[in-house]
Design a protein around this ligand. Structure first.
Ligand code: COA
Length: 172
C-alpha cells in the first residue's frame, strides 16, 4: 500500500530498487550502527533485497521505498518486519541516505508507518532495536513516542566485535 505524507511518498519496495538500495547500504556512514558493516558487493545487496521481498510475500513484513514527492528522489527505505499476527506486534526499521538526514524526513515517514501499523494492520505493539551510540535513531524513536525498554548486552557480533543494543517499544 502506498502511503502519502506532506513531502514524501512511501511505495512498496521492488526488485527494480536494487541499485538504489545498494548505494544506500554501501555507505559506511549510513551503516555505522547496523548489524553488518557497509555492503559493497552488489550481489549481496541484491540477496538482501530478495530476502526482504520474500518476507513481504509471506506476510511477515512490509518494506517501503521512501521517495521525495517534489522530485521523486529515492531517499531511503523503511519497514515493518517480524509481524506476529497472534500477538499483534512487529518491529520497525528505517534507513535514509546520508544527504537526506536532518530534514525531518524519517520522522515524517515513520509517523505514517506507525499510523498504518495501528489503523490498517491492527498492530498493538511496535519495537525497534538500536546499536549503542546511534543517537539519531534514538532521537527519532523518542520523537515517535517510543520508550526505552532495555539493554541487550553483546547482542550483535559485527566484524568480530560484540555490540550492545537497546530495545525501544511503543504500545499503539
Ligand atoms: C536514523 C535516521 C533515519 C535518522 O534520520 P534524521 O534525519 O536524523 O531523523 P529525523 O527525520 O527525525 O530528522 C531530525 C532532524 O531533522 C531536523 N528537521 C529539519 N526539518 C524538520 C522538520 N520539518 N520536521 C522535523 N525535523 C526537522 C530536526 O531538527 C533534526 O535535526 P538534528 O539532527 O540537527 O537534531 C538516519 O540517521 C539514518 O538513516 N541512519 C542510518 C541508518 C540507521 O542507523 N537506522 C536505524 C537503525 S535502528
Amino acid at each position: 500500500m502506498v502511503l502519502h505524507t506532506d513531502r514524501l511518498r512511501l511505495r512498496p519496495l521492488a526488485i527494480g530498487d536494487a541499485a538504489e538500495l545498494h548505494a544506500l547500504i554501501g555507505d559506511p556512514d549510513v551503516m555505522a550502527f547496523w548489524d553488518v558493516p557497509e555492503i559493497s558487493d552488489a550481489e549481496i545487496a541484491g540477496e538482501i533485497l530478495a530476502a526482504q521481498l520474500f518476507d513481504v510475500a509471506s506476510g511477515a513484513a512490509h518494506y517501503w521505498a521512501i521517495e521525495r514527492s517534489a522530485d521523486g528522489a529515492f531517499i531511503g527505505s523503511c519497514d515493518i518486519s517480524d509481524i506476529s499476527q497472534q500477538h499483534r506486534r512487529a518491529e520497525i526499521g528505517f534507513i535514509l541516505a546520508r544527504q537526506y538526514w536532518g530534514a525531518g524526513y524519517a520522522l515524517e515517514a515513520m509517523r505514517a508507518v506507525v499510523r498504518h501499523a495501528a489503523l490498517q494492520l491492527g498492530l498493538q505493539r511496535l519495537s525497534a532495536r538500536t546499536h549503542a551510540g546511534n543517537t539519531r535513531s534514538v532521537a527519532l524513536l523518542t520523537r515517535l513516542g517510543f520508550h526505552h525498554e532495555g539493554l541487550l548486552r553483546g547482542y550483535v557480533e559485527r566484524a568480530g566485535a560484540r555490540h550492545d543494543c537497546q530495545i525501544f517499544g511503543l504500545l499503539l
